[in-house]
Structures are given as structure tokens and as C-alpha cells.
Design a protein. Structure first.
Length: 584
């Protein structure tokens, strides 16, 4: 659950810290006070799009920080941390929770930390799906997009579907690669001949180069070493010259100085001391000269080998520039084009073998797709029953819900491979999900036929359909924060009460945050936060306060009657609160 949320310099919010409780919490207040801003801040904390436009006017950065705690840590959450390299394990997540902190600076810098460790937006999006589920009015588009209906059904059927889906996706990938290889092999004879000629030229060129993996790196190191050896040899020769290979060498001149000091050492006590120090230096110089001379014998300089190395490096450099590849990539490319030439030259045999492998891969993938289809149909039947039961609670008892299937278009390219190899039953097109196309159909009134959901439901009906889906899916999900941002817009009366009760039902399994303008929804919640704004020093700021029962009565009464608070509305609000609270 979300234990706390701190927001700084986000839109009109200067600084707000909110502590949350389990169960259902309502955020209420006047339009424009900042209720949705709080949800937006929670959204970017869980991987939503961040923008410098969110930064409060005159400030240099915004900050959002939240603490999430767990009774059970989702396995996918731990896998995401492990793959990213964060040091977060199950024990620490259970005992310490997750502290997520996100800063967005005016300069564009985006800083994310999870339990003090640096992270990125990609990881934040991955883990956000395990922490928070935000549903606003714009999310009705998921219901209006029939391309999303298969995803919603698969989400419902995850437990049974996932093991088969993983096996299918492996089989499908094998089929997809073989199909691409087969389509690639269908070039015309002229194209094939031109292709072979070109590839054979490249093969000969690469073979002639006799490439060795990492050869260029080794030669560059050897070149530097040999070039250094030349410099060392030149300098050592000069040092030997200065030390002892001339009449004016360093050792000769030092010896002469020592002789002169010996002649005058009896005249002043300073000279014997200088002579002693010079003798020590002389012996040191002799030792250095000896070691330098000895090192010259160990040098290996070979001007011819340097020339050969530089020539080879030049050849390799030209080849790398021509192919725009590294040596390793050129060697991989060589294997690929050699295989391609072999395939072209042995085309009939290759195509026959490829077709057989492709048919087997298709049949394996198709068999697993059949299993996916069967699981989906079975779960669709269960989903229909549960959704219709939820709709009854939401005063849509005359509505019917259906999940309809159709297969993707026939794969004509596959049929043309080799008619004799293929069982002439309907050959369907496969993709990453199988061959199912799924669409939700509804009839909202008695006597109406089922029609696509996208063509039938009104705004209020879509809210109830989505709420029914959330209620059904929430039964199988691990606890998370469920956010409803004005999902109750466009409803009133007993429908509003039904929506309130359904949201509260969801809060028995999940922590719920709900923005609402409906008294029924506000009254049923265990907790209520009031969001207001105030102007101080020509600046507008958002304030958040937790309401007690008396305060809630007044706020809920204002929801009923508007700005003018009447005794009648106040009494109704108190009765509504008392009724909901006493029934727990």
C-alpha cells in the first residue's frame, strides 16, 4: 500500500505531505484545487511521463517521493529489480518497503532513486504496474479500442494462460524466423545470380584477408611496443655516449674533477668532504651506466617487422571501413553470406528442407495457438458470468455481455509454400498472441441484439463496465493501489450509490484512492482528504487536510447542496455517513 506521499513544486502545489491509510480514501474539494494534480504526481512516481512543464512557476525543480509497503511482494517486482541490478530483495521489501523518489529539474535532468539507489524511467514503468493502477475518464479508451480487448481477456486468464503462452511464443519465434528465411529465398533467378556473384566477391576478399579475431587490437599493441623500442634504443645510445663513449663523457669529467680535488684536499677541510660525496656519486653513475648499457642488449628492434605490422593494420583498417564492421562482425558476416551462397547454389534442396522445417514449426505453433484459444474461450465464459453479475450490482441487470472470437486472416504466403506438404484445412495467420481476435459485445437493454461495445455504451455505462472489469480482475491480483479519478462522472441517484459500494468492495482487497464529487462515494470511504487552494502573497498553493466525521458531514453536505450549506443537506450527510459507517 501507499503509506505516504510527498510533493514539492508540482504545478500549484508548493509543498504537501500526505499519510494514507488502508481501505478506501476519498479526495474531495473544489474543481481546480489540485486533486488530479496529486494523482498526476503519483503517476509520474510510477513511471508516468515527466515534464519540466509540471514544475511550479519560479522554481528550479519538482520532487515527488512515496513510501510503498507490502504484505506480499510480487515476484515480477523482484525480477525487475534483479534484472536492473538493484539491491532490493524480498526481505528488505517486506521490512523496509520501497521509497521511490523522482526529481525533475528545469534543465531537463531527471533523477530517480529507489531505496537510495539510482534507477531509470524504464524500471519505474516496470515496477509501477505492480504498485499502482490509475483509472481516469480517459482510460475508457481501452474499452473503446477493440485491439485492447484481447489483452484484457488475457489479463483475466493469466494464471492458466501464461505457461502455454510462453511455450507458444518460443514456437512462434521459430516459425517466424523460418518463414522469413523462406520468403527471402523466393527471389527471382536473375536476382539470385546477381546476389551470388556479389557475395562470392566478398567471400573471396574476406578469405584473402585471412582475418583472425581481435588481430587488429593485438597488432596495434605490438606496433606501439616496437615503436617504443626504437625510441628506447636511440635514447640509450645517446645516454651511453654521454656517460662514457667520448673524452668529454660524464664519467671522464667526473674522474678529472676527483683528481683535482685530491690535489687540494689538504688545504681546506671542505675539500675532503666534497671528494667523498663525489666518489659516491661517481660509483652510482658507473652503476647506472652499466645498467643502461646492459638494457641495450635486451632490446629487440626489427624495422622490417614494424613495416609489416603497419601494412597489415592498414589492410585491416581498409576492410573495416569498407564493410563498416569490426573484425568480429566481418567474420560473422562471412559465415552468414557463405551460408547464403550455399543455400542459393543448393536452392532446390535447401527450399525443400526449409519448407519441411517451416511446416513442422507452423504445426507446433498452431497446436499451441489452439490451446491458447481453448483457454481463452473457457475463461471468456467465466468472465461473461462474472461481468454480468457485477453489472447487476451496478443497476445494469438487463445488460448482456459477450466475448466474441474470430480468427486472423488466412496466411496465403504460407499456403503457397508447398501445397502437397500442407494439410488443406484453414491455415490461419499467427502472430505473437496466437490467431485470436477478440471483441467485447454488449446489449444494454431488453430486446436489443448484441453489438460491439464501442458502438453501444454511453459514458456512464462505460464507467460501470470498466468498474465491473476492475472488480473482477482485482479478485485475482495481488494488493496494489487502485486509483479512480472521477470514474463516477455522469451518474447519480441509485447508480451513484451502486458505484460507491462497488468501489468500496474493491477496497477490501486493494488500497483505493478515489477522486469524486458524489456524496455517496465520499460517505462510504473510511478516510476523506479535503483538497483546497489558498492565495498567499499573490501565489496560489494547494492544501491537504484529513477530515474528521464532523468535517466530513459538512463537506458531503456541500456536495449535495452546493455552496449554500443547509440544515437539510447537513442532516442527510450525517445520516449517510452514519449509515455507511455502522454497516461495516
Amino acid at each position: 500500500m501507499l503509506e505516504s506521499l510527498s510533493i514539492e513544486n508540482f504545478a500549484i502545489i508548493d509543498r504537501v505531505s500526505i499519510d494514507f491509510s488502508s481501505g478506501m480514501t476519498v479526495l474531495s474539494g473544489e474543481t481546480g484545487a489540485g486533486k488530479s494534480i496529486i494523482i498526476d504526481a503519483l503517476g509520474i512516481l510510477c513511471g508516468g511521463r515527466g515534464s519540466t512543464e509540471f514544475i511550479r512557476t519560479g522554481e528550479q525543480r519538482l520532487l515527488v517521493e512515496g513510501l510503498f509497503t507490502f504484505n506480499t511482494v510480487p515476484e515480477g517486482l523482484l525480477i525487475a529489480f534483479q534484472q536492473f541490478g538493484l539491491d532490493v530483495d524480498q526481505e528488505s521489501a517486506l521490512t523496509e518497503g520501497l521509497i521511490i523518489r523522482r526529481e525533475i529539474h528545469a534543465s531537463g535532468k531527471n533523477l530517480i532513486r529507489i531505496n537510495g539507489q539510482l534507477a531509470n524511467v524504464t524500471l519505474l514503468k516496470d515496477i509501477g504496474s505492480y504498485l499502482v493502477d490509475i483509472h481516469g475518464q480517459n482510460e475508457h479508451q481501452a474499452l473503446l479500442d477493440n485491439q485492447q480487448h484481447l489483452n484484457l481477456l488475457d489479463q483475466y486468464a493469466t494464471k492458466k494462460l501464461e505457461p502455454v503462452k510462453k511455450r507458444y511464443q518460443t514456437a512462434y519465434e521459430t516459425y517466424r524466423e523460418l518463414r522469413q528465411a523462406w520468403l527471402k529465398a523466393q527471389r527471382t533467378e536473375t536476382e539470385q545470380a546477381q546476389r551470388v556473384s556479389f557475395l562470392e566477391f566478398q567471400i573471396a576478399e574476406i578469405e584473402e584477408a585471412e582475418l583472425v579475431l581481435a588481430e587488429d587490437e593485438q597488432l596495434e599493441k605490438l606496433s606501439i611496443k616496437l615503436q617504443g623500442a626504437q625510441k628506447i634504443a636511440s635514447n640509450i645510445a645517446s645516454i651511453n655516449q654521454l656517460f662514457s663513449d667520448s673524452d668529454t663523457s660524464l664519467l671522464t669529467q667526473t674522474d678529472q674533477i676527483m683528481r683535482l680535488l685530491i690535489e687540494i684536499q689538504s688545504y681546506d677541510e671542505i675539500y675532503p668532504e666534497l671528494l667523498k660525496r663525489l666518489e659516491s656519486t661517481y660509483y652510482d653513475l658507473q652503476e647506472i651506466a652499466h645498467q643502461v648499457a646492459a638494457s641495450e642488449l635486451n632490446l629487440e628492434t626489427d624495422d622490417q617487422s614494424i613495416d609489416e605490422i603497419e601494412s597489415r593494420l592498414s589492410q585491416l583498417g581498409q576492410l573495416k571501413r569498407k564493410y563498416n564492421m569490426s573484425i568480429e562482425e566481418i567474420l560473422i558476416y562471412f559465415d552468414e553470406i557463405s551460408e547464403e551462397v550455399y543455400q542459393i547454389k543448393h536452392r532446390e534442396q535447401y527450399l525443400d528442407d526449409l519448407a519441411k522445417r517451416l511446416v513442422l514449426a507452423y504445426e507446433e505453433a498452431k497446436a499451441l495457438a489452439d490451446q491458447l484459444h481453448a483457454i481463452r474461450q473457457e475463461n471468456a465464459t467465466a468472465l461473461i458470468g462474472q461481468i454480468e453479475a457485477e453489472l447487476v450490482d451496478l443497476y445494469m441487470e438487463n445488460s448482456r455481455f459477450d466475448v466474441q472470437f474470430k480468427q486472423k486472416m488466412k496466411d496465403n504466403a504460407f499456403v503457397d509454400i508447398n501445397e502437397q506438404l500442407i494439410n488443406q484445412q484453414t491455415i490461419v495467420s499467427l502472430d505473437e498472441t496466437g490467431y485470436d481476435q477478440v471483441e467485447f459485445f454488449v446489449a444494454t437493454n431488453v430486446g436489443e441484439s448484441l453489438k460491439p461495445l464501442v458502438k453501444v455504451a454511453s459514458g456512464g455505462e462505460l464507467s460501470r463496465f470498466m468498474l465491473a472489469l476492475k472488480a473482477v480482475f482485482g479478485q485475482a491480483e495481488l494488493a496494489k493501489v487502485m486509483v479512480f479519478d472521477e470514474i463516477d462522472t455522469g451518474v447519480s441517484g441509485r447508480v451513484a450509490q451502486a458505484i460507491a459500494e462497488k468501489i468500496h468492495q474493491i477496497s477490501l482487497r486493494h488500497q483505493v484512492l478515489c477522486i469524486t464529487h458524489l456524496a455517496q462515494v465520499a460517505a462510504i470511504a473510511e478516510n476523506q482528504l479535503y483538497i483546497s487552494k489558498a492565495v498567499t502573497g499573490e501565489r496560489t498553493s494547494t492544501r491537504v487536510e484529513s477530515l474528521n466525521l464532523d468535517d466530513r458531514s459538512e463537506v458531503i453536505a456541500q456536495m449535495m447542496s452546493g455552496k449554500v450549506l443547509t440544515q437539510t443537506s447537513l442532516q442527510l450527510a450525517k445520516e449517510l455517513l452514519q449509515d455507511y459507517q455502522s454497516n461495516r
